[in-house]
Design a protein around this ligand. Structure first.
Ligand code: SF4
Length: 378
């Protein structure tokens, strides 16, 4: 009966894990694992943190890579390790220095937590990273992902790492809908990863999965012909690999008006610690205030400057406008020139040469404002 056979060939049935006899399923997983590891060994990108066995350096790289692209991280990674070559050196450095070295990479909470964690390691663990998941998790800023990545790569502990790239690869291999922000989907993917994980080379396996997601199984256009897992990929078999996983529903960005003041005294400008509402607390910023409208932000800025300086304050016209994002906040900034007289509280304000801001732990927003007003007549 050629008709039914032809139908079967054109629409091959997708075999699920549950359909396979147990031994066959584990053989398939072992074969996939083997291909993946061989592919990684053959062609993995040479990255500085892959050339070291130092757990501290691996930890620093993992923290930096959390919210920053690889190409951006590389020079910062070298700079940071040059400034703080050991856990003890990092622990003993003033926070201001740590933030200055980190300055430009954003998400400063990571640097603050690295610093706190280094101090905890010196205090409680003899300056070494313990080989224990719970202990590593107890360190400031170390979540499940970082602990798993660090312990598997540095100490070869059998812990599978799940990030957005890895979740995408697994979702496609299994043709699973859902997205990485759904708890059940994460649980399913994590369980599948535990089955796939190489017990002998967990660190290499985790890096191979991440590499696959970053370089081959790309979000919009997966490069399936170059993929070591294509033989086992059900998404590919169904002809719609890029349909998995489902995209995350978008959260609308909140828009926040902010008024900022550039106050000059000769070649110097006034900088204050923190922005507002607990944001950027350890970083230097131009004095600024949020409002529900631009007019309200300006009123609040005037009040703030009035409280900061003992003499009168006069605010001029807006000299620049820009947009800036901090986590989910979309900030619309209006920059005003301001003139003040009288003294300011020296603990909360500093006069800094405009062209020397880079020597200070300044926020990314302050850098943007500085580049907008540099050379302008204020
Ligand atoms: Fe991703 Fe394609 Fe590889 Fe499947 S075959 S894992 S979709 S790159």
């Amino acid at each position: 009966m050629p008709t039914s056979l032809g139908k079967l060939r054109r629409h091959p049935r997708v075999t699920t894990q549950a359909d396979l006899p147990k031994s066959t399923a584990s053989d398939e997983i072992a074969a996939l694992r083997g291909e993946l590891l061989a592919w990684f060994r053959r062609g993995a990108r040479r990255l500085p943190w892959r050339e070291t066995r130092d757990p501290y350096a691996i930890w620093v790289s993992e923290v930096m890579l959390q919210q920053t692209q690889i190409a951006t991280v590389i020079p910062y990674y070298h700079r940071f390790l040059q400034a703080f070559p050991t856990i003890a050196a990092l622990a003993g450095a003033p926070l201001e220095r740590v933030l200055t070295v980190w300055s430009g990479m954003g998400y400063y909470r990571r640097a603050r937590n690295l610093h706190l964690a280094a101090q905890a390691l010196v205090r409680d663990f003899d300056g070494r990273i313990p080989r224990d998941y719970q202990r590593v998790r107890s360190l400031p800023g170390v979540g499940d992902y970082t602990a798993r990545a660090l312990l598997s790569i540095a100490y070869n502990l059998p812990l599978a790492v799940l990030d957005g790239n890895v979740a995408r690869v697994v979702a496609r291999l299994k043709a699973w809908k859902g997205n990485v922000h759904q708890p059940q989907f994460r649980t399913d993917v994590q369980m599948e990863l535990e089955r796939m994980l190489s017990r002998r080379q967990p660190g290499t396996f985790n890096q191979a999965m991440m590499e696959l997601g970053q370089t081959v199984c790309l979000p919009r256009s997966p490069r399936c012909p170059a993929c070591p897992a294509r033989k086992w990929c059900q998404g590919l078999r169904m002809g719609r690999a890029e349909a998995y996983p489902l995209p995350r529903p978008r959260r609308g960005a909140e828009v926040h008006p902010l008024a900022a003041a550039v106050i000059r005294r000769g070649s110097k400008v006034a900088m204050v610690r923190g922005l507002e509402e607990g944001l950027l607390n350890d970083l230097w910023n131009f004095p600024a205030a949020f409002g529900s409208s631009h007019a309200q932000a300006l009123r609040r800025l005037r009040e703030k400057l009035g409280a900061l300086f003992s003499g009168p304050v006069s605010l001029g016209q807006a000299v620049a406008e820009l947009k800036h994002g901090i986590t989910y906040r979309s900030i619309r900034v209006r920059v005003f020139s301001a003139h003040v007289s009288g003294k300011a509280d020296r603990n909360s304000m500093r006069w800094v040469p405009l062209d020397r801001l880079a020597d200070l732990a300044v926020s990314e927003l302050a850098r943007k404002i500085a580049s907008k007003v540099q050379g302008a007549e204020l």
